[in-house]
Design a protein around this ligand. Structure first.
Ligand SMILES: NC(=O)c1ccc[n+]([C@@H]2O[C@H](COP(=O)([O-])OP(=O)(O)OC[C@H]3O[C@@H](n4cnc5c(N)ncnc54)[C@H](O)[C@@H]3O)[C@@H](O)[C@H]2O)c1
Length: 253
């Protein structure tokens, strides 16, 4: 428990599960006030309760990040409740069934791009306007090792996650003069409901991902949360436009 983020307001999309939930709880433990945005209303309520139990204030907002009006409402609700937005972790994402690129349907491709790429842009669009007016703010976007290299069976996902890095770097350049830093975290295989679902769809996914990890294991969501907190902290004050692999060494191979 620290007070490093006391007085700060942190917004986490996809905050009701996995990496987002762990990060929301880590921000809460470090003194921040939380906005937890997610598509899943029941899970939002549960995550808000967990943050409050940890002693922090939390607002839950049911949001589809792929819809501009809902993203606008999410940011408006943040300002209405807390009056400021200091940190945004744009993390909501989906992971479609594994398929060769030639077998991916147009609908599946569009769905992944809508959430994993357009959703990050929509969130940044509204967050950056608020942060530019404040002349301060920090954004961390969730990319992936699939944003740094190709990943078999995940073509649309890899395209979206590479795109997130393009948005991240461009926003870092454009908004540096407003006192805003923008970075991305690139997780390796992390044990969350997303990977549990992938394993349920196709047995062996977890073993295959573990075999790609030099550390010989999958990561835990808390290990991504600690990187997000550092990128959001004053300790990272000279770090912007960076794609930080937190991947057990995957990208070192
Ligand atoms: N788990 C991994 O191995 C891994 C690796 C690299 C990157 N990532 C990325 O990390 C992020 C978090 O994934 P996770 O593993 O915690 O998965 P998760 O499934 O546990 O959590 C994702 C959350 O995003 C929410 N969500 C999905 N679509 C949404 C939408 N349109 N609007 C708002 N919320 C939506 C879901 O309801 C869920 O609560 C994703 O962007 C994912 O692509 C995960």
């Amino acid at each position: 428990m620290s007070n490093e983020f006391a007085g700060k307001v942190a917004l986490v999309t996809g905050g009701a599960s996995g990496i987002g939930r762990a990060t929301a709880l880590a921000f809460a433990a470090a003194g921040a006030k939380l906005v937890i945005a997610d598509l899943n209303a029941d899970a939002v309520a549960a995550a808000v309760a967990a943050v409050e139990q940890a002693g922090a204030e939390a607002l839950g907002v049911v949001t589809n990040v792929a819809r501009d009006a809902e993203v606008a409402a999410m940011v408006e609700a943040t300002l209405a409740r807390f009056g400021q937005l200091d940190i945004a972790f744009n993390n909501a994402g989906i992971n479609p069934p594994l398929k060769l690129l030639g077998e991916v349907s147009e609908d599946d491709f569009d769905a992944v791009i809508a959430v994993n790429l357009k959703g990050v842009w929509l969130c940044m669009r509204h967050e950056l306007r608020v942060m530019a007016a404040q002349r301060s703010g920090v954004i961390v976007n969730t990319s992936s090792v699939a944003g740094l290299a190709g990943l078999r069976g995940c073509g649309a996902y890899a395209a979206a996650k590479h795109g997130v890095l393009g948005l991240t770097k461009t926003a870092a350049l454009e908004y540096a003069r407003f006192g805003i830093r923008v970075n991305a975290v690139c997780p390796g295989g992390i044990m969350t409901p997303m990977l549990e679902e992938a394993e349920a769809r196709r047995t062996g996914v977890l073993d295959a991902m573990t075999s790609l990890e030099p550390l010989g294991r999958l990561g835990q969501p808390e290990e991504i949360a600690s990187a997000v907190l550092w990128l959001s902290s004053p300790g990272a004050s000279f770090t912007t436009g960076h794609a930080m692999a937190v991947d057990g060494g995957w990208m070192a191979q």
